[in-house]
Design a protein around this ligand. Structure first.
Ligand code: F6R
Length: 238
């Protein structure tokens, strides 16, 4: 595991964008694994800027997102598909993107289909992750065991609370989600995680205490051979 501390969120987004740029330049038909949430918005803006400046071509890039609320209409402003279109997909020339279908009647079939689609595309080359205050990655919540494959998950109370900021008073917030499992994330060739803000200081410190914590899913990533964490000074407790 590598840890890189940047002074500001802006610097962190530039550093993470460099990883994506290098990946796409070295392998134009890369398969990217993408995340939603507040943290990666600046990174996506920077990727769009580089694309508009003619520096970055997504025309052969394919992508898979980590998770999606369930149930949710893909056109709902809080769906992760809507989020990704707004922040990235509709702003670059990406060849193909896949987001789990929150409209499905059969989550088990949809999860299996998603894992098969990722395998058929040759697996994910570069995976972007954030981290929840409770140590979740994707929507793999702390528990006594962890799923290997993509599945339907009950969100933890703390995750529902953390994400309630995105929902209006008149909007129903889903309490379940479809999410990649640990096995899918571990099969990614390279993983980068972004940790931003003083409110993530405690969970970041736990990630770096050199132990795998049974109740911190993110700490399993310490076992991955190519895992880099980018954090700002606030998250690093500096
Ligand atoms: C989102 C995802 C989540 C977020 C995490 C942090 O696709 O997989 O694990 O990365 O909840 O969210 P933010 O960035 O909003 O703090």
């Amino acid at each position: 595991m590598k840890k890189i501390v940047l002074n500001t969120y802006e610097e962190l987004c530039l550093a993470a964008a460099d990883v994506f740029s290098q990946q796409i330049k070295e392998k134009p038909d890369s398969v990217l694994g993408l995340a939603t949430g507040g943290t990666p918005i600046g990174l996506y803006d920077e990727l769009v800027r580089r694309h508009e400046a003619g520096e970055l071509d997504f025309s052969k890039v394919r992508s898979f997102n980590l998770d999606e609320y369930y149930p949710i209409q893909r056109t709902h402003p809080q769906s992760y598909e809507y989020f990704m279109r707004k922040h990235l997909f509709d702003r670059v020339n990406i060849a193909k993107y896949s987001v789990l279908n929150g409209e499905t009647d059969n989550p088990a079939v949809e999860c299996k289909r998603y894992d098969e689609e990722i395998a058929a595309e040759g697996g994910i080359d570069l995976q972007l992750l954030g981290i929840g205050h409770n140590g979740h990655i994707a929507f793999i919540e702390p528990g006594s065991s962890y799923p290997m494959d993509t599945l339907l998950i009950d969100l933890a109370e703390s995750s529902i609370n953390a994400n309630s900021r995105f929902f209006g008073a008149d909007e129903v917030q889903p309490v379940r989600a479809l999410s990649m499992g640990v096995g899918q994330i571990f099969r990614c060739k390279k993983i980068i995680m972004l940790i931003v803000g003083a409110d993530k200081k405690d969970i970041a410190a736990k990630l770096f205490d050199g132990k795998i914590h049974a109740d911190v899913p993110a700490s399993l990533l310490l076992l991955h051979p190519d895992f880099t964490v980018f954090m700002d000074k606030a998250a690093a407790g500096q």
